[in-house]
Design a protein around this ligand. Structure first.
Ligand SMILES: Cc1cc2nc3c(=O)[nH]c(=O)nc-3n(C[C@H](O)[C@H](O)[C@H](O)COP(=O)(O)OP(=O)(O)OC[C@H]3O[C@@H](n4cnc5c(N)ncnc54)[C@H](O)[C@@H]3O)c2cc1C
Length: 336
């Protein structure tokens, strides 16, 4: 039995492992290296044993796999019970979940069942130490996330109970290049599940594809409240179209109904790392920056020279976006 592992819950849709789970395996590998510990995974589903080999490419040593036709689709009670059983059996030090619909549904059930800590939506995870009065702990999970409306970045620890658990949103952790020579050991596990555990019956699964692929976009033109009108939004969309990019947005622009939520970038939207991010009429609050400040190049267009977005922009244009964007489009079209 491996001890003190860093374990990841594998989120899957139709047997396809979610990107966030692979991102977390990569993060788990970093954390496990510091602890000299193995990386493990919990996979639950039906007929997906072959799919698990990919976990080895990202650095997972062992995957505990529970195969049951009744678990082909996610329902929170039996999934939580299965995860709790595996955790009790293998006693990992850390358990990570993607902050997806499934991760968010199951992680609190698991933590309350095990009476251990859980920090939601971490933006970073580290191994470190913590001292409180006369007591100190070494090699514990530091769970880092914005708190109090983003006004502080808090480091949260739960040293007295094990495992430490955290959820992380998709795109927050970097996925490293896969190494196809990496192998994972798949250990089949069973879990006693009674019919009464299946309180919900899935009758039909209807999938809605995302209208926009912000995470994979190399170029994003993003609209903020400075865009203000549908006419200005059309300019942002035209610029994105001319440059061959996707359209992103601040939460304020989404809340104002200028654009759907799928386009939101930031702490409660998508985390992006494009080669170029053009922020149009976005002030640059911490919650927006949390989702885009790792972009390779940032251009900010803002009428306020004091706007915080200029602190992180590589190139800043002070001006009215309604004047600036048409000029960029014309100049680009002339050059292209
Ligand atoms: C818990 C929490 C989570 C959050 N999550 C997110 C998140 O995921 N993503 C996110 O974006 N926000 C998020 N927010 C909201 C965030 O705090 C800001 O309110 C939001 O990012 C502001 O959006 P904005 O910059 O578009 O609007 P504003 O802050 O109103 O900025 C508008 C900017 O446009 C400029 N401007 C105005 N007119 C023009 C013009 N004609 N031409 C050029 N510039 C112009 C102004 O100078 C200003 O800088 C969150 C907040 C909280 C509390």
């Amino acid at each position: 039995m491996s001890k003190q592992s860093v374990m990841v819950f594998i989120d899957q849709n139709d047997k396809k492992i979610a990107d966030v789970s692979l991102e977390l395996i990569c993060k788990a590998k970093d954390l496990a290296k510091k602890l000299d510990a193995p990386v493990e995974a919990i996979a639950i589903g039906h007929g997906m044993k072959d799919e698990l080999s990919i976990l080895g490419h990202y650095g997972c040593d062992t995957a505990y796999y529970v195969d049951d036709p009744r678990l082909a689709h996610f329902t929170s009670v039996p999934y939580a019970k299965t995860i709790v059983n595996i955790i009790k059996k293998y006693e990992p030090k850390i358990v990570l979940f993607g902050a997806t619909i499934k991760g968010r549904a199951v992680a609190p059930r698991v933590s309350s069942s095990l009476k251990c800590g859980l920090t939601a939506d971490c933006t970073d995870l580290k191994i470190g130490e913590h001292t409180n009065k006369a007591r100190s702990w070494k090699n514990i999970l530091l769970q880092i996330r914005p708190a109090f409306g983003g006004n502080i970045v808090a480091t949260i620890v739960s040293p007295e109970v094990s495992p430490s658990m955290a959820t992380v949103r998709e795109g927050v952790m970097k996925m490293s290049e896969p190494d196809s020579s990496g192998k994972v050991r798949v250990v089949e596990e069973s879990c006693e599940l009674a019919d009464t555990d299946f309180m919900t019956e899935i009758l039909e699964v209807v999938r809605k594809e995302k209208a926009v692929n912000l995470k994979g976009a190399k170029l994003i033109v993003a609209a903020g409240m400075g865009v203000a009108t549908p006419e200005s939004m059309s300019l942002v969309k035209e610029l994105a179209n001319v440059l061959g990019g996707e359209v992103g947005a601040s939460r304020a622009a989404v809340d104002a109904g200028l654009i759907p939520y799928d386009h939101q970038v930031g702490q409660t939207g998508t985390t992006v790392r494009p080669n170029l991010y053009i922020a149009c009429g976005i002030s640059g609050q911490i919650q927006h920056r949390a989702g885009m400040d790792e972009s390779k190049r940032i251009i900010a267009i803002n009428s306020d020279p004091e706007a915080p977005i200029f602190e992180i922009a590589h190139y800043g244009i002070v001006g009215d976006l309604n004047d600036v964007i048409p000029k960029i489009i014309t100049a680009y079209k002339k050059k292209a």
